[in-house]
Structures are given as structure tokens and as C-alpha cells.
Design a protein around this ligand. Structure first.
Ligand code: PLP
Length: 379
């Protein structure tokens, strides 16, 4: 069966065809071996399995699900989203020039800034949601353009197809962090991106119980892809088979979860938008959002599970609202079935996040219950 021709719900539910030939199990087992047998002739029983650092059937099965969902040529799993980010940057030569969207996940920027200094990589941070700013940054030649859309926690939307055009003109590869969209809503490679990255810790797994990251490529002949694959094999940033298996289990319901999470997020965003105690709502699903048109073009089936809002008042009022919530869990991270809330300024006080910004990751609970809890907290 060619899974690439199937729709996301089918690819995901059937884990891209992963079953267990040895037992006839509908669900594949977990391959835990760290090393593999050779026969009396010294030949490997399976030529593609020598040693477990980078060769594991369970990991390959989970990668195949992402690859098929993404419409990619190849996908590689990593032990966290940050390990996937680092794998891309480690493939750059010293002295490279990177154009990077600013105001994205702060952990990415924090690590990248430090790494670029150590490797003498020129880092140009720009607001990539501003097409003119991106065009200006791409006038000079570059090695890589990195965008995150929608961005965390500002929910800025970048036109991937336009960014790909600008990046390629500058001689750069375009990498998209699509964590907040998932391949169900946006297939960045179809829009011209060269690589797409996800923190699979978030909605791909969806149950707040696995750390994982994934990279996928459009063209396996991309020199950077070979560097990334070699680096993973040699330097050993590999995910364990148990995590890969859990991820595969989680992804079976990804399209279903995204449907509900997007519908819930849209309702929550619209409700907040109409509330007098809310100064602004940042969600691309709202017609007044500056990135709505772009999002409507490049996201299908919804605008994602992530949104932020500014509470009318000050820091104390925002913390008070967050503290009054009884249903939403106060915790960092996003993309799980359970809804999370976070006062972002407490986490990243030096990045320009307003003290009244509250970030929500909307889960699959009943939207009425979620809104009822917000109503109780906002008054
Ligand atoms: N990219 C985005 C957009 C994120 O939100 C995160 C984590 O919050 C990461 C990357 C890093 O992923 P991980 O926490 O799995 O290392």
C-alpha cells in the first residue's frame, strides 16, 4: 500500500502500515535490541541493522508515519525538538549566514544565539511576518532562513511559499518550525520549504508524555540533509525505541485531535475576543489577526491549538486570572489533549513579552467547560 496517496487520518490511524510480521500483531512490538546478529559467514542477518545507535525498526516505523503525513522524502527523529534544531545548525559551516525569525520559541533563540557566537555564524534576526523585512534580509546571500509559523507565543504567521522564494533567491535553504501547525494543518515542504522541523513533544505525540523532535526533507539530495543524517548517526542524538513507539501510538489520533483542538481554540479565541476584560487576542483564526489571510491560505482544517491573549490591566491582574483557573493546568508546553495555561513573562522576562500576556494550549476537552472556567477567572 502506497501510504503517500492516502489522507492524513488513514496514514495516522494505521501508523503508515506498521504491523508486526513475526506475530501477526495489528500493533507492532517495540524493538529494544542495541546490537544485531551476524551469520557464520559474518554477514549481517539484516544489512540495514548493525548497531542500535541509529538503526532501529521502531524508530523507522515512527519516522515513516511523519514522513507520509508530511509528504516528505525522508524524516529523522531526535530525542527532543531542541536536538532537532541543534542538528540543523550543526550542519552549517563556520562563517555561514543565517536569517532567523525573531520572537519565536525563546528556547530556540537562546540556544541559536549562543551557538552562532561560538561557531562564528552570522545571525540576522528579523520579523519574518513582515514580508518587506524578510525580503531586505534576503537581498544578501545567505545559507539558511529559519521561520516558525504560527510562532510561539506571538502567533505571527509567515507566508511559507513567499519565504521559500526569497530564501532560494538568496541561495539559502528554508527551514520551517511547524510545531504549532503540525503536518495535518500545513505541509511546509509542499509550499517550498527545504526542511521542516517539529517538536514532536507537542501535538504530534499529544499526550504530554514523550520528548521528541523530527526533521523532514523535500529533497534527500540536499547536502545539508546528508550532513544531518551523518551527524545523528555519528554523534548519537537518537530517540529511544520506547519513546518512538509511544509517539507512533500518539500520532494515530493526531488528525482527530487536531480537528477538536482547532475547533475548541477557535471558540475560545472568539469568546475571549468579545470579553471586555481582554485587551487583545492573538490567534490567526480571527479575521482581525494580521496573519489571517496568510493562515487561511496555508493552513487547512483550522488555525491550530495555540493562542495568546492580553489581559486588560497589569501583571498582577494577569497572574490573578491565571491563578483562578481551575480546569486549565498551569504548566509550560503545548499540544497535549489537556488544556494548559501559562503566564509567559514569568518564563521569559527579558524577551519583550508583555506582562499581561497569557498563553493557552487548547486541548480536546469540552469547549463549553473550558470557556466556563475562563469566565470564572476573568469575571
Ligand atoms: N519549537 C517550538 C515552537 C516549541 O514550542 C518548542 C518547545 O516548546 C521547541 C521547538 C523545542 O522542543 P522540545 O521542548 O521538544 O525540545
Amino acid at each position: 500500500m502506497d501510504h503517500d496517496k492516502l489522507n492524513p487520518a488513514t496514514i495516522a490511524a494505521q501508523a503508515a502500515g506498521a504491523t508486526e510480521a513475526a506475530t501477526g500483531g495489528v500493533v507492532p512490538g517495540i524493538s529494544l535490541a542495541t546490537t544485531y546478529l551476524r551469520g557464520q559467514d559474518n554477514a549481517l542477518l539484516r544489512p540495514d541493522n548493525t548497531y542500535g545507535r541509529d538503526q532501529n525498526d521502531t524508530v523507522r516505523q515512527a519516522e515513516e508515519v511523519v514522513r507520509a503525513l508530511e509528504g516528505a522524502a525522508a524524516s529523522l527523529l531526535f530525542p527532543s525538538g531542541m536536538a532537532a534544531v541543534a542538528a540543523v545548525f550543526r550542519a552549517l559551516p563556520s562563517g555561514a549566514r543565517v536569517v532567523m525569525q525573531t520572537g519565536i520559541y525563546w528556547g530556540t533563540l537562546k540556544w541559536v544565539r549562543d551557538y552562532c557566537v561560538r561557531r562564528a555564524i552570522i545571525l540576522d534576526e528579523i520579523d519574518a511576518a513582515d514580508a518587506q523585512a524578510l525580503a531586505r534580509a534576503c537581498r544578501d546571500s545567505a545559507d539558511m532562513v529559519w521561520i516558525e509559523t504560527p510562532s510561539n507565543p506571538w502567533l505571527k504567521t509567515v507566508d511559507i511559499a513567499a519565504a521559500a522564494g526569497m530564501a532560494h533567491k538568496a541561495g539559502a535553504v528554508l527551514v520551517v518550525d511547524g510545531t504549532a501547525a503540525t503536518p495535518v494543518l500545513t505541509r511546509a515542504l509542499d509550499l517550498g520549504a527545504d526542511l521542516v522541523m517539529h517538536s514532536a513533544t507537542k501535538a504530534l505525540n499529544g499526550h504530554s508524555d514523550v520528548l521528541a523532535g523530527v526533521l523532514s526533507c523535500r529533497e534527500p539530495s540536499l547536502p545539508m540533509w546528508a550532513e544531518i543524517a551523518t551527524d545523528r548517526h555519528d554523534a548519537g542524538a537518537v530517540i529511544g525505541p520506547f519513546e518512538a513507539w509511544l509517539l507512533m501510538r500518539g500520532m494515530r489520533t493526531l488528525p482527530l485531535r487536531m480537528e477538536r483542538m482547532c475547533a475548541n481554540a477557535q471558540r475560545v479565541a472568539e469568546w475571549l475576543d468579545a470579553h471586555p476584560g481582554v485587551e487583545a487576542v492573538l490567534y490567526p483564526g480571527l479575521p482581525g489577526h494580521p496573519g489571517h489571510e496568510v493562515a487561511a491560505r496555508q493552513m487547512r482544517g483550522g488555525y491550530g491549538y495555540l493562542l495568546s491573549f492580553l489581559v486588560e490591566g497589569d501583571r498582577a491582574r494577569a497572574l490573578d486570572v491565571v491563578g483562578r483557573l481551575r480546569l486549565w493546568h498551569r504548566a509550560t508546553s503545548l499540544g497535549g489533549v489537556e488544556s494548559l495555561v501559562e503566564h509567559r513573562h514569568s518564563i521569559e522576562p527579558h524577551t519583550g513579552i508583555p506582562e499581561t500576556l497569557v498563553r493557552l494550549s487548547v486541548g480536546i476537552e469540552d469547549a463549553g467547560d473550558l470557556i466556563g472556567d475562563l469566565e470564572g477567572a476573568l469575571g
